[in-house]
Design a binder for this molecule. Structure first.
Ligand SMILES: Cc1ncc(COP(=O)(O)O)c(C=O)c1O
Length: 330
C-alpha cells in the first residue's frame, strides 16, 4: 500500500483483509507455518505473522537454520539442529522445549504441509514485550517453522558457472560469523553490491587476507595440484553441506580425481591460482565459480570436481539412509 493513504483505525477484520491483500499483491510459496506464539500451525500465508515487538524483529536478537525436504524426506536435520542449538547458546537464547520437541515440531509441520520437496526454515526469537535491547521481563522465546519452496537459482549457474567479486564490505567478526543469527546485513549488502556490479555474488576476505565465505554459501577450491581445499571454520559459518562434502570427498581421492582434502587458511593469492572455485550450501548445493574479480578461474568453465561433488551430495540427499528422516505425511 502506498504510504500516502490516509491512515484510519483498523479493527481485527480489516487487519485480516489487509494481510490477505498483501499476499495477493505479492504471491508467496509458503506452505505451512508453526508458531509457538500462536500455539499451532497455519497454512494461510496471511496468518504467518509474528509480533512487531519480538526482539528478533527490531533488534535482530534471533537465530535460524534451514534444512531441505527431498523426495518426502528431511535431509541432515540433526546437523542443522546441532548448529541451531550452538547458535542459540552463543546468542543467550533458550529453546522453549527440549531438542526432541523442537525436532518433532519441525517434522510435524513438514508433514502437515504435504510438501515432498522444498525447504524448512526455523527460528528462535527472544520474544516480545518491549522495544528495549535485553529481553523484556517475562518474555517468552518464540519458535517458528516455515515450510517453503526453498531458494531457487538460475540454471545458468550450473551450466555456465557463476561470476563473483571480492566485496568491499568487511567480514563479520568471528563470533558473529559462526553464529547463524538473523543479523544478515553484511551478507545482504554484499549480495546487493554484487548484483549492482553485474556479477552473481560476493566473497568476504578476512583482515589477514584469507578467503571467508559468500552471502549464504561457503566457498571452496581445487588447487593446481588437485587438493580440495576449504577455508577454516573459525571465521565463517560451519556449513552443513561443506562439512558433509568434506566427509564424502575422500571417495574422489580413491577414484584418483583429487589428490587430497584440506581445511586450512587460504590466502587470496593462492585462491586466485586455483584450478576450480565453487560455492557450497544447502540451497545452491555445489556450483562452479568461473570468474572472480573479472579474472578466469582455471579455464573459465565449470569444473569436473565441482560436478563430481554435486553428484556425491545428490546421491547422499536421496539415498544416504542415516541422514534422511521419513516425513509421516497423513
Ligand atoms: C553465511 C553462510 N555461510 C554458509 C552457508 C552454508 O551453510 P549450509 O551448507 O548449512 O547451508 C550459509 C547457509 O546457511 C550461510 O548463511
Amino acid at each position: 500500500m502506498p504510504i500516502s493513504t490516509v491512515p484510519t483505525l483498523l479493527n481485527a477484520d480489516a487487519i485480516l483483509t489487509g494481510l490477505r491483500a498483501l499476499r495477493e499483491r505479492q504471491p508467496v510459496k509458503y506452505w505451512a507455518f508453526y508458531s509457538s506464539q500462536l500455539g499451532g500451525i497455519v497454512t494461510d500465508p496471511a496468518l504467518m505473522v509474528i509480533p512487531f515487538d519480538d526482539h528478533m524483529v527490531h533488534r535482530g536478537h534471533g537465530i535460524f537454520d534451514t534444512a531441505s525436504i527431498v523426495n518426502g524426506r528431511i535431509y541432515d536435520l540433526d546437523a542443522h539442529l546441532d548448529r541451531f542449538i550452538r547458535s542459540a547458546e552463543r546468542s543467550n537464547l533458550v529453546l522453549p522445549g527440549s531438542r526432541e520437541q523442537v525436532r518433532d515440531i519441525v517434522i510435524r509441520t513438514t508433514a502437515l504441509s504435504g510438501r515432498r520437496d522444498g525447504a524448512i526454515r526455523y527460528w528462535l526469537s527472544s520474544g516480545p514485550g518491549s522495544l528495549e535491547l535485553s529481553p523484556a521481563a517475562g518474555a517468552e522465546p518464540g519458535f517458528f517453522v516455515m515450510i517453503f519452496a526453498g531458494l531457487v537459482y538460475p540454471d545458468r549457474w550450473y551450466t555456465d558457472g557463476l561470476k563473483v567479486m571480492t566485496t568491499t564490505l568487511p567480514i563479520k567478526p568471528s563470533l558473529y560469523a559462526i553464529t547463524k543469527s538473523t543479523n544478515y546485513l553484511p551478507n545482504v549488502l554484499m549480495q546487493m553490491e554484487a548484483k549492482q556490479a553485474g556479477v552473481d555474488n560476493g566473497v568476504f576476505i578476512d583482515a589477514a587476507g584469507h578467503v571467508g565465505e559468500s552471502s549464504n554459501m561457503n566457498v571452496a577450491f581445487v588447487t593446481e595440484d588437485g587438493v580440495f581445499r576449504h577455508p577454516n571454520f573459525d571465521h565463517i559459518l560451519s556449513g552443513c553441506t561443506s562439512l558433509r562434502l568434506l566427509e564424502l570427498a575422500p571417495q574422489l581421492v580413491a577414484q584418483g580425481l583429487i589428490t587430497g582434502v584440506e581445511v586450512c587458511d587460504i590466502p587470496v593469492a593462492e585462491a586466485r591460482a586455483a584450478r576450480e572455485m565453487m560455492l557450497i550450501g544447502s540451497s545452491i548445493k555445489v556450483a562452479s565459480i568461473v570468474e572472480w574479480d573479472g579474472e578466469k578461474i582455471g579455464d573459465g568453465r565449470p569444473g569436473a570436481i565441482a560436478k563430481a561433488l554435486l553428484g556425491l551430495l545428490e546421491e547422499d540427499m536421496r539415498g544416504g539412509r542415516e541422514r534422511l528422516i521419513d516425513v509421516p505425511y497423513q
